[in-house]
Each structure stands twice: as C-alpha cells, then as structure tokens.
Design a protein. Sequence first.
Length: 213
Amino acid sequence: MLEKGKFIVFEGMDGSGKTTIIQMLKDELINRNLINNFVFTREPGSAFSKEAEKIRQLILDNANSFSSMVDALLFATSRRLNLEKGIWPALKNNKNVISDRYTTSSYVYQGILGDAQLENVEIINKIATNNTEPDFIIFFDLEPAISIERITKMRNEMDRLETNDVGYYFLLRESYKKIIAKNPQKYRVVNANCSIIELFNKVIDILQKEKVL
C-alpha cells in the first residue's frame, strides 16, 4: 500500500455492474484486512452528509422536473458536501476513497445530453470541487442493449434519471466516450459485457497495477 491515499472513481452506465463490484470489493477488502484503509461513497448524495442525501432525494424523485442547469447545480452542491464532510478528510488521513460516480457523470448527463452546456458544467464543478480530480477513473463500458436489459431486470420502476428510450442509451455511451477522449490518461476503461466475476477480476487487476491493493 502507498502511504498517500488515492481518490478513485467508478463510472459507467446503469446496469454496468459498478455498484455490485463496489460491494464485492468491500467484501474482498474485509477478507484481506484492508477495509480500514478505504472509504466508500456514492453520488448523488453522500455517505457522510444527510444534507447531500436530501439533495439526492430531490434529484431522483420522479415527481420533480428540473432543467439541466438546476440538476448540474444540485449535483455540484451535493458533491461539495461529499468532499467537505468525507472525501477531503479521508484523503488527509491517508485513506483510499472510492466513489460511485463523480464529475464525469455531470459532464455527460447535464453538459452533453442536457442543455446546460459542457463548458458551464465544467466551470461549476471546478468551483464546487476546488479542482479536486480523482487519481484515476475506472469506466465500465457496456453495450447499450445490455444496459437496458439489465436495468429492466433490476427495477420495476426507474427513477427520474433513468426513464429514457433505447436511443438515449446509445447517445449516453457516445457522450461518455467524448469525455474520456478529452483526458484519456485519467481513465481505465474496462469491458463490462461479461460476467460479474470476470468484471471483478478486471477491476482487481487495475487496482493492483495502480498500487492501491
């Protein structure tokens, strides 16, 4: 293990398996007696802030209908709370932080697919995060058709951010690719069109190469 904690983000389309992999990783860390070296969180919301969790409820509630700019500002506010209450303190204490989503999601959903404009969303997040960038981002790349199939099996009722047609998921994947292409050295792209065990092994390999495990 390195002495300095690393900030690691998992990104990907819904159904890509990233949330399941995070739970499997927690179990693996417990088995290796390394869990105390790690802190986990997710977006929207925060494992550290009840205020951020209230923002999460606003964002995901089907009864709400916000513009892309409002969504971008809500996400950025939640993100700031997450940083102040959990991520920054953990990194200062040499913990490794793993977050289920971060700024890439805002760039994709509000900046490209929404009408908030990518440049505006980038500015908002630079301010909100004090330019805090992950050490690296693991992107779970998934075919749109498989994403939809998995989401349908998982949930009877989609939240507000998931109620879109098939064509949307093709645009979603292309939008992720555009963001990755802007800073490719930051991303570790894994093919998620596989079994969960195969995917888990790919993630473990990355974490070992990055000297996190």
